[in-house]
Design a protein around this ligand. Structure first.
Ligand SMILES: C[S@@+](CC[C@H](N)C(=O)[O-])C[C@H]1O[C@@H](n2cnc3c(N)ncnc32)[C@H](O)[C@@H]1O
Length: 438
């Protein structure tokens, strides 16, 4: 059989010319000259409209300029021409993701995964989109789907720590305690110095002799969370402690009276300052996370901010305070004996100590699977009395949402008083249970 020679149309580039044009466009793209790359690809596609890789590259260039419609239609055309090429669907998935079309992104990435199950970029994309989707939709089904792709990713890349961390979080959301423990152990095997994994492993295993949280772990958690702390905690999780403090302050202090010189322990991004700043004469904040302090600094509500542990700061500061506040902080501290002692030492005679706890209904205090400590009312009251606080008030409240349920806590207001006040208060106090609040 004689091979029929295909005729080239006049002005139609030869295969060699097309290949050279494509290479030039790729070079321009790789050196950041997107305009030159785009023009070169458009010219190429006029003569060779079925050049799949040119369609893909032009699609990616349009996506990087935010033109997702044009990008999507170029990629769809490429997929029609080469339906079994997995990377085309991967790029399409990325474009949908950039365009905020998460469902379409998942669909395209799942199709890419079917064609090439060991492609790590596809698995990464799938896990990331599903993880984000699961978080915003609070859907266990989406957590499970994200977890399946993460398991596949981790099996192919066993030393990848960030993915293993997300996998541990998925197991946590699904209530798979044993698998979470196994994953945390694997993280420690890869990096024996990972204090976060050690802390959470102790918590997940229900270690009941834990008394402290490693500050490196706390710093790491809050440095990483600082940028999204306010939106995630306040908007998504309905965190309420600063507003609750404001209400209590308005209850106990007559209008116009101030809290005086105030120290905000574990001040974080400065939500407490926003809530009560107008009732302070002078306000200092201290936090172990420098990224949280940066956020607080931007709010410009503190007279001074320190990056330090609250324990060191209480030891080192020479200043007396009229009020010391710790909102949602003691769950990262554990045993509170030393802190109470130091706070009392820094308070003026009738100074106030206002803080919140997560409520524990059993005696003492306990490290929870969440990695945070909860404290019983009896523990707080016994400790406060032993250390010499004269008045102790505790009101039950909701700290924030945890999953679908409200996380129960207590807001305490302690007054230092004098020893004599304390003796009187002790004689007149009848039991002193937590009172039910909002
Ligand atoms: C949940 S955030 C609460 C922040 C702030 N108080 C609020 O109500 O928005 C807990 C903060 O306590 C800080 N923290 C925890 N343990 C600490 C410690 N031992 N010393 C200093 N800061 C600590 C963390 O870095 C984090 O910023």
């Amino acid at each position: 059989m004689s091979k029929k020679k295909q005729r080239r149309r006049p002005n139609q580039p030869s295969g060699l010319e097309t290949a050279q044009r494509y290479r030039r466009a790729v070079r321009a793209y790789e050196t950041g000259n997107l305009l030159k790359a785009r023009r070169g690809l458009q010219a190429l596609l006029k003569g060779a409209p079925h050049h799949v890789e040119a369609l893909v590259l032009l699609g990616r260039i349009h996506a990087s300029a935010g033109d997702f419609d044009r990008s999507g239609s170029l990629l769809h055309k490429a997929i029609e021409l080469a339906p079994t090429k997995a990377h085309l669907r991967l790029h399409l998935g990325e474009v949908f993701y950039q365009a905020g079309k998460e469902d379409e992104a998942i669909q395209a990435l799942e199709a890419a995964h079917e064609l090439d199950p060991s492609n790590l970029q596809t698995l990464d994309g799938l896990a990331s989109v599903l993880f984000k989707h699961a978080k915003s939709q609070r859907s266990v089904e989406l957590w499970t789907r994200a977890r399946i792709y993460l398991e596949r990713y981790c099996a192919l890349a066993p030393t990848n720590l960030p993915k293993r961390w997300i996998l541990a979080e998925c197991y946590d959301r699904e209530g798979e305690v044993n698998k979470r423990i196994r994953t945390l152990r694997e993280i420690i095997d890869i990096d024996p110095d990972d204090t976060a994994a050690s802390h959470l492993l102790a918590a997940a295993q229900g270690q009941d002799d834990a008394t402290t949280t490693d500050v490196d772990y706390v710093r790491g958690v809050f440095d990483a969370a600082a940028d999204r702390f306010d939106t995630e905690l306040v908007d998504d999780l309905k965190y309420q402690v600063p507003e609750q403090i404001r209400c209590r302050v308005d209850d106990i202090l007559p209008k116009g009276q101030s809290l005086g010189r105030v120290l905000d322990l574990g001040c974080g991004t400065g939500l407490v300052a926003e809530a009560i700043g107008d009732r302070c004469d002078w306000l200092a904040g201290v936090d172990v996370s420098s990224r949280m302090i940066e956020q607080a600094r931007e709010k410009d509500r503190y007279d001074v901010l320190h990056v330090a542990t609250l324990e060191d700061h209480l030891n080192e500061t020479p200043d007396p305070y009229d009020t010391v506040i710790a909102a949602d902080v003691f769950m990262y501290v554990g045993a509170l004996e030393e802190v109470f002692e130091r706070v009392r030492g820094k308070l003026t005679e009738t100074g106030l100590f206002i803080f919140s706890t997560e409520l524990l209904t059993e005696p003492g205090f306990q490290l929870r699977a969440s990695g945070r400590f909860a404290h019983s009312d009896a523990y707080i009251r016994e400790l406060a009395a032993r250390i010499g606080f004269a008045q102790i008030q505790g009101e039950q409240m909701t700290v924030r949402m945890e999953g679908a349920s409200a996380l129960a806590g207590v807001l305490y207001v302690l007054r230092r008083g004098t020893r004599r006040d304390f003796e009187c208060a002790r004689r007149s106090r009848g039991g002193g249970e937590v009172t039910q609040g909002s």
